[in-house]
Design a protein around this ligand. Structure first.
Ligand SMILES: Cc1cc2nc3c(=O)[nH]c(=O)nc-3n(C[C@H](O)[C@H](O)[C@H](O)COP(=O)(O)OP(=O)(O)OC[C@H]3O[C@@H](n4cnc5c(N)ncnc54)[C@H](O)[C@@H]3O)c2cc1C
Length: 233
């Protein structure tokens, strides 16, 4: 909520915080928090799954022979990455048909909860991995994790000033992961550098210039999100 013309008062369970600038960095809650200040934000949580396997005997033998950890394998055609995890594997795909969630706001109490897994949706990626890394088949699945990640309609993050709201900044739609979000959101070192530089000096950080597209493609994004919401409903 906004107080005097040049300051914001953020209400929290532990009391009010008065400040000049607010950076809204709320992940899956982006649409809800934006609504608190009357801003129509364009992002939606989309399910993302990954698989954790048991020990792969072939990988175990390879590592026990003194070989170094394997680099992360990324197979673009089959849209997944694969990396070592405790002598087994983590397979993280970019799935077709992943479901959008919470179009009317994140369910109460969900917080960092998970969604039910959907193995069928993972199958094309599992099969592709077994072709590329045959020993993957012998590892056995230990766990499947399925959680929502905030996506904008075009997949780019949204970082920068919110239209019509003085000193209110967005750092949302971080579907690229914790490092990208950290650089943009906040903190004392590398994390948050982008927003700090922009707020203090009015400069868009090089790494974000291409993505800071709140300004130039807002109308296009709004149209796309509206279409996406209609389809998912
Ligand atoms: C299953 C799964 C696997 C993933 N794997 C990886 C991976 O291997 N590597 C990787 O880099 N990334 C991974 N990610 C993605 C990564 O988690 C996100 O990209 C990243 O967390 C986004 O950061 P964020 O700061 O934008 O949002 P978040 O990390 O979600 O942080 C937002 C915070 O805002 C808080 N908040 C919301 N509303 C309010 C409010 N009204 N008041 C106060 N606080 C509020 C939330 O509680 C939350 O703590 C994965 C995500 C999922 C779901």
């Amino acid at each position: 909520m906004q107080g005097k013309a040049s300051e914001w008062v953020v209400k929290t369970e532990k009391g009010d915080i008065t400040c000049e600038h607010v950076i809204c960095a709320t992940g899956n809650y982006a649409r809800q928090t934006a609504k608190m200040v009357g801003f129509d934000f364009l992002a939606i949580p989309v399910e993302h799954q990954y698989i954790v396997t048991d020990v792969d005997p072939v990988l175990l033998r390879y590592r026990e022979a003194g070989n170094p950890e394997l680099p992360i394998l990324r197979e673009s055609d089959a849209q997944y990455y694969l990396r070592e995890e405790r002598m087994g594997w983590i397979l993280g795909p970019y799935e077709k048909g992943a479901l959008a969630r919470f179009s009317d706001g994140v369910d109460a109490g969900f917080e960092k909860d998970l969604c039910p897994d959907d193995f069928e949706r993972l199958m094309p990626h599992v099969e592709a991995t077994m072709v590329r890394v045959p020993s993957f088949e012998g590892a056995g699945i230990k766990d499947i994790v399925n959680g929502p990640i905030s996506y904008t309609p075009d997949g780019n993050l949204m970082v920068g000033p919110a239209f019509g709201l003085k000193n209110f900044w967005l750092s949302e739609g971080h579907s690229f992961g914790v490092t990208a979000a950290g650089v943009a959101v906040g903190g004392m070192d590398r994390r948050g550098r982008a927003s700090r530089v922009w707020i203090c000096w009015g400069l868009i950080h090089d790494d974000l210039a291409w993505a800071a597209s709140i300004m130039w493609c807002r109308k296009m994004r709004k149209l796309t999100l509206t279409c996406a919401l209609i389809i998912f409903r």
